[in-house]
Design a protein around this ligand. Sequence first.
Ligand SMILES: CC(=O)[C@@H](O)[C@H](O)COP(=O)(O)O
Length: 256
Amino acid sequence: MLVYGTELRSRLLLGTAQYPSPAVLAEAVRASGAEVVTVSLRREGVAGGGQGFWQLVRDLGVRVLPNTAGCHTVKEAVTTARMAREVFSTPWIKLEVIGEDDTLQPDVFGLVEAARILSAEGFQVFPYTTDDLVVAGRLLDAGCQVLMPWGAPIGSGRGINNPYALRSLRAHFPNVPLVVDAGIGLPSHAAQAMELGYDAVLLNTAVARAGDPVRMARAMARAVEAGRLAFEADPMEARDMAAPSSPVIGMPVFGA
Ligand SMILES: CC(=O)[C@@H](O)[C@H](O)COP(=O)(O)O
């Protein structure tokens, strides 16, 4: 996947929150093969022992995608993004502007506004958005070169709530890198996102909260790869009626 001029071989992007320990986090990242991890500046703030955490992430040798998780206003998100750029020396920012606390649904109005401000300042914005087509267009107009629609609410593990909407997005923006971000609970959900033609999947909770995060990271990596392979293989169309898969020409001959 090519995103903001950077070629990524792994199509799995991993979150770094909620792991049972830093050691498990490190092992899960390695098992996932992810080249990009997202890090919350607000949750891993300096006061929370952030320096050690950031050092651990740096030591993994992966690219950091700082995020604005926990921001509810344009001002908060923009300020957090500016801090992240200083801390991580990267123009990349996963932009979250949360609009509703039960679903953690993005405030798409604030998101577009913040994306416009940050893009104008030279940020390369990865917007966490809904699956709304019109909002997607506005985010592209605002300068985003990648879109990250949700599969389901963050941390819900519900999988792809609205495959129709995600398919529409893919069809409308065939040349824009699209990443399903949030709501993935199982490897089959990740595979489904990739089978829909998505370029990548970003997930956190499903791995971090699994009984065995390292094993689940490996499973997710394989699912993402399998889903992508299936998409590239041009799968058959589903149909309502049976179609015999073995030809029945003449009578079978069993022995003499
Ligand atoms: C870590 C992060 O950025 C999350 O906010 C992201 O959206 C992943 O969501 P899940 O935890 O549901 O995978």
